[in-house]
Ligand binder design. Structure first.
Ligand code: HEC
Length: 162
């Protein structure tokens, strides 16, 4: 009886331990989200060449403008966030591609005067909770690749949720 009980509690202990370890490594993979985790969705994208999934979110100013269709240009104060995860097949349904590890969170901040030389957009990224502006050189590269979308105010995303 005693031995059985011991076996049982050891078994439960092992399961508990295993689940704790699993839970911790899951947590370690998660970013410490900045404020963007409370923002609303504009769209999603799947980059085939980078094997990543993205959610494009907007702060209130951006969402308001998007819903009114006033995004050419986006208003000053609008911020777009692009949250990127590596892709993986769902373990129970391989045809479903779902997010794996967090990869990055990038931002575009509209201020037509301050960032006039890069289309009115400041380019930044989140480091943990902090929104950090890219240096001039990096921002110039970001901007250069967004130039083909000039007629769409340098933004690739088409709003999927109106
Ligand atoms: C090689 C081209 C390229 C470069 C360089 C690039 N982007 Fe983009 N960016 C894209 C494309 C394509 C999309 C739309 C598809 C997607 O979601 O990735 C996009 C989307 C975005 C979005 C969502 C809003 C939108 O325009 O759709 C943000 C925010 C963003 N990029 C920020 C950045 C930042 C910050 C940098 C520089 C560190 C950067 N990008 C550099 C090509 C680029």
């Amino acid at each position: 009886m005693k031995i059985n009980l011991l076996k049982k509690s050891l078994g439960i202990g092992a399961i508990f331990l295993a689940s704790t370890v699993w839970a911790e490594s899951e947590v370690a993979n998660k970013p410490v989200h900045g404020e963007y985790k409370d923002w609303r969705l504009l769209s999603v994208s799947h980059r085939l060449e980078k094997k990543t999934l993205r959610a494009i979110l907007g702060n209130d100013k951006a969402i308001e403008a998007a819903r009114q269709g006033k995004t050419t240009p986006w208003p000053d104060g609008a911020i777009l966030a692009k949250v990127v995860w590596k892709e993986r097949q769902h373990p129970n349904w391989p045809q479903a591609i779902v997010p794996a590890d967090f990869a990055a969170a990038e931002a575009m901040i509209k201020d037509s005067k301050k960032y006039a030389s890069t289309g009115g957009w400041g380019f930044a990224h989140w480091q943990d909770n902090k929104l950090v502006m890219h240096d001039k050189e990096t921002a110039a590269k970001c901007y250069a690749c967004h130039v083909p979308m000039k007629d769409h105010d340098y933004v690739y995303t088409f709003n999927a949720l109106q």
